[in-house]
Structure formats: structure tokens, C-alpha cells
Design a protein around this ligand. Structure first.
Ligand SMILES: Nc1ncnc2c1ncn2[C@@H]1O[C@H](COP(=O)(O)OP(=O)(O)O)[C@@H](O)[C@H]1O
Ligand SMILES: [Mg+2]
Length: 363
């Protein structure tokens, strides 16, 4: 039996606690680590991850997540650990998902539908764009969350005064067409290549933003297969195996607003009654196990390569054998060392704890 050791590295939110608890059902050991206790040293020649003053232990699975403030750390961590353990979120996803502009650029690359989005280098240039735009519009900070960086303007006058404020704050921003949905948006949770739960979020009375943190409430939803397919495409595009995709169900069809790689699980779990932490934990376990088994197979392949050449050209190797049912399977290296062909006939001599296979010479 392979023993699997996992860590969830997060800010310790309720959602992370639930996920850690669920992971304990599958993994032999689960450590809940605090990303605020991580330091990483990179020097060109070596790299070192320190947790709470000590070198980070080895894990088979690391689920690292956190808010955009920790994106540089999470990106460094996942880059350094790449190839050393299973991680559901790629290093790249931390840069892309935590910036709405980069997300839109990635969506554009993959031809995924989104609201029309404008980027301007200066406020006067943005005002020029707005002279030819129909209202209302949405303005956003690329790194806002919880609806906090989203502004609504229903006229040139209100947009213009918001832009002046943004200029004074020296903040980059996006301008986006406003999609009329009656204050609703869809949140789909993607795990692997499936949508495992969805809800419709309704903005509170008098609010344009449907976020939970802006007073939005959730309702069970069954999005059509096109919307689900788009959500899975988004997860693939940003290279995140676990994420929430926010979609506006407008009259022009589903339009993607953003992807969230550290989604809150409370509202969606409450709304759908689906055990989302359990599905996430199971996905982590299955992928970690598959990776470990593949690695073990490769490692036994490595033992194989330590072949001693005997005097008569014979080779010997020390290895494990795979058994499938009652059948024994020898590694490929042995097959190629023997030069046996599928149509050859063989003589197999066996005794207890010994086997000799020879090709029959047919003259
Ligand atoms: N282009 C848009 N048209 C209509 N509503 C929008 C648009 N963009 C955002 N919203 C509303 O604002 C909310 C927050 O926007 P979002 O881009 O997801 O930022 P955040 O990261 O803060 O959640 C969305 O859930 C949606 O209700
Ligand atoms: Mg959102």
C-alpha cells in the first residue's frame, strides 16, 4: 500500500478547513499549513522553501491557494515545487487568475466569450473611448475580489468622475460593457474536467454586483451544456484543475467574467447541498495516487538500468514485477534485452522461485 502525504497551504479559511478535513478521509497524512509562515529563497544555484523556520517537508500533494496578495509567493512556491509533487493549480494560474486583464487575455487566446473589455493607458484616452460607448458600463480594478473593485456607471458624467478618481489614485482599470442579466450571475465550480456544482447568484436589491460579499444570495442552477463546456475551457485555459468560473448569462449567451482559484465554498455548498470539499479531496487523492504509481513504475525502470554485463553477454537486474490477476508482466527493458518477438515460440522452465524462458530454435 502506498502511503500518501498531503498539505493544504492556505490562509486557513473555513473553505480550506473543510477541504483539509475531507482530504483526511483519503490521504494518510494531511497538514494544514499557513502560507504566511512560508519563506522561499532562490539564489540562481539553489532554492529552498522554509516553513515556520524549518525546511519544508516532502509531500506527495500540495494544494496551495490564497488571495491575490499572496500571488507572487504562491507562484514562486509552485514553480520551485514543479515536478516534485502533485499540485492542482499551476504556477501560471496564480498570475493569470489573480488579474482580470490577464484572465481576459488568456480567454481571448482560447476564443472564449466574454463581455467586451477595453484597456486604456490614460484617463483622457479612456474618456475618448467612452464618448462612443453606450451606457451603462462597468469599470474594474484588475485585482479586486468580492465585488469591491467593481464600479457601475450609467452615464458619461458618472463614468467621467469615476475615471478622475481612478487617475488621482493612480490605479490601473478595465472598462467593460455592462451585460444586463437582472443582477444575476452564474458561478460554476470546476474540478478536473467537470463542472461539479453551480449556482445562480442574485444581487441584493439596488446592487449591480451579485457577489456574496456584496449581499448576493445563491440559488441552485442547472446551466446548459454550452455554459458548462465554457467553464471547463476556462479552467484549462488558466491551468487550474480546481476553480470557480463566473459567467454572465446575458441575451448574447454565456460571457465569462473571471475565474477564481480560491473560491469560497460556503455559499455554494449551502445552495447546492453538494459535498464540494469531498469532491475536491477525492480529485486530489486520485491524481496524487496516479502520479505516485507512475513515478514508482519509472523508478523500478531505473533499477532496471543498473544492468551487470556477464561474461557471456548475459545481463542481470534487480527489480519488482507487476502481476495482473495470475499473470506476470515483465518490464519492457527485459523484453528488448531478450530480443523476443510476439510470434516466437518459447520454452519456459520453472521450479520453485526460479524461471527460465528460452526462445525455441525452429530449424
Ligand atoms: N460586465 C458586467 N456586466 C454586468 N455585471 C457585471 C459585469 N462585471 C461584473 N458584474 C457584476 O459584478 C460582480 C463582480 O464582478 P467580478 O468581475 O466577478 O469581480 P470580483 O472579482 O470582485 O468578484 C459580478 O458577480 C457581477 O454581478
Ligand atoms: Mg467575481
Amino acid at each position: 500500500m502506498v502511503k500518501l502525504k498531503a498539505a493544504i497551504m492556505s490562509l486557513g479559511s473555513k473553505s480550506s478547513e473543510w477541504t483539509a478535513e475531507a482530504m483526511k478521509k483519503y490521504f494518510d497524512q494531511v497538514d494544514a499549513l499557513d502560507i504566511r509562515k512560508i519563506d522561499i529563497k532562490i539564489s540562481g544555484s539553489e532554492e529552498e522553501i522554509i516553513y515556520d523556520g524549518k525546511p519544508l517537508a516532502d509531500y506527495d500533494c500540495i494544494y496551495a491557494k490564497g488571495s491575490f496578495r499572496f500571488a507572487p509567493l504562491l507562484k514562486t512556491l509552485t514553480t520551485v515545487l514543479e515536478g516534485k509533487c502533485y499540485m492542482p493549480l499551476s504556477a501560471n494560474s496564480f498570475t493569470v487568475a489573480h488579474d482580470k486583464l490577464l484572465t481576459h487575455l488568456e480567454l481571448q487566446k482560447h476564443k472564449i466569450p466574454m463581455p467586451k473589455t477595453f484597456v486604456s493607458s490614460t484617463v483622457p484616452a479612456a474618456k475618448k473611448v467612452l464618448e462612443h460607448t453606450s451606457f451603462p458600463i462597468i469599470m474594474k480594478f484588475p485585482q479586486g475580489t468580492g465585488g469591491k473593485g467593481v464600479m457601475f456607471a450609467d452615464s458619461f458624467a458618472s463614468a467621467s468622475s469615476l475615471l478622475d478618481a481612478l487617475e488621482a489614485l493612480n490605479q490601473p482599470f478595465l472598462i467593460q460593457e455592462y451585460i444586463e442579466t437582472g443582477g444575476k450571475d452564474l458561478r460554476l465550480i470546476v474540478v478536473g474536467d467537470k463542472v461539479i456544482g453551480s449556482m445562480m447568484r442574485h444581487a441584493a436589491e439596488g446592487e449591480a454586483r451579485a457577489n456574496f460579499h456584496s449581499g448576493g444570495r445563491g440559488e441552485k442552477a442547472s446551466p446548459d451544456s454550452m455554459t458548462k463546456k465554457i467553464a471547463v475551457q476556462v479552467a484549462k485555459a488558466i491551468q487550474a484543475e480546481i476553480c470557480a468560473v463566473d459567467i454572465l448569462p446575458g441575451s448574447k449567451g454565456p460571457l465569462v467574467m473571471e475565474a477564481n482559484i480560491s473560491p469560497g465554498l460556503q455559499l455554494i455548498t449551502e445552495t447546492t447541498k453538494i459535498d464540494i470539499p469531498d469532491i475536491i479531496a477525492k480529485h486530489l487523492y486520485e491524481n496524487t495516487l496516479a502520479r505516485k504509481q507512475k513515478k514508482q513504475a519509472n523508478d523500478s525502470g531505473n533499477i532496471m538500468s543498473e544492468i551487470n554485463k556477464g561474461a557471456g553477454g548475459e545481463k542481470s537486474m534487480i527489480t519488482n514485477l507487476s502481476f495482473r490477476g495470475g499473470n506476470m508482466i515483465v518490464p519492457e527493458m527485459i523484453t528488448s534485452a531478450t530480443d523476443f518477438k510476439p510470434n516466437d515460440t518459447f520454452e519456459i522452465k520453472t521450479e520453485k522461485e526460479k524461471i527460465t524462458i528460452s526462445k525455441m530454435k525452429i530449424s
